[in-house]
Write a protein that binds this ligand. Structure first.
Ligand code: B4P
Length: 192
């Protein structure tokens, strides 16, 4: 079993690479952003709660995120080959909870793969996606810059957390989608 955390700032390509990895390794995808957007689309209470945070480019409170991930793990752990965790954990508190959950289900994290992309490139990608995504958090530069700042303040310490566990691996995140995918696959084969 392989359990990979795909890490990186907003627009680094986590969602893009996750799709390809799931297909290649037959893994279960847990994207907290996608899960929130699903709830939002269905108009659930959870979706309504998440919307104001997401639209403003802020993080949804830890307790809500962790509860949602626990539910998804509980529903899938019996029949999975492993997980791609995409956009989770985004705070140290989430990382600590994830370790506890993975211990509960007896399936430790294999590695964190961290996509490295400069801010200017992130800003460009997200503005471009905003032309078609309809996402409120993609459509203006101030909000995009705010999300990158939130990442630096609240999410970047999660990288140290996995560095201490010797599970952190940096991945060049600029280049063609296929080049980056090949780098990620080589790393997975090394650590697995
Ligand atoms: P997410 O849905 O996780 O979204 P993201 O960070 O914007 O995107 P990602 O990195 O997946 O980018 P993508 O591949 O699409 O989060 C959205 C919001 O949800 C957060 O702001 C927060 O409010 C909330 N949330 C989610 N998880 C949470 C948590 N754990 N705790 C609290 N709150 C949480 O790529 C972006 C664009 O770049 C695409 O258009 C793509 O086509 C393009 N691209 C990808 N790779 C490229 C490449 N190599 N070259 C050129 N372009 C590329």
């Amino acid at each position: 079993m392989i359990n990979i955390i795909l890490f990186g700032p907003p627009g680094a390509g986590k969602g893009t690479q996750s799709e390809k990895l799931i297909e290649k390794y037959q893994l279960t995808h847990i994207s907290t952003g996608d899960l929130f957007r699903k709830h939002l689309g269905e108009g659930t209470e959870l979706g309504k709660l998440a919307q104001s945070y997401m639209d403003a480019g802020n993080l949804v409170p830890d307790k809500v995120v962790i509860g949602m991930v626990d539910e998804k793990l509980g529903d899938t752990y019996k029949e999975t080959n492993g997980y791609i965790l995409d956009g989770f954990p985004r705070t140290v508190a989430q990382a600590e909870s994830l370790d506890q959950l993975m211990a509960k289900y007896e399936m430790p994290i294999t590695a964190m793969l961290a996509l490295q992309v400069p801010d200017a490139e992130l800003e460009q990608r997200l503005m471009k996606r905003g032309e078609t995504s309809g996402r409120a958090d993609d459509q203006n530069m101030d909000k995009i810059k705010h999300r990158i700042q939130v990442y630096k303040n609240e999410t970047l310490p999660v990288a140290d957390y996995y560095q201490k566990q010797e599970k952190y691996h940096a991945i060049e995140g600029v280049g063609s989608i296929d080049e980056i995918f090949n780098t990620i696959c080589s790393k997975i084969e090394q650590v697995n």
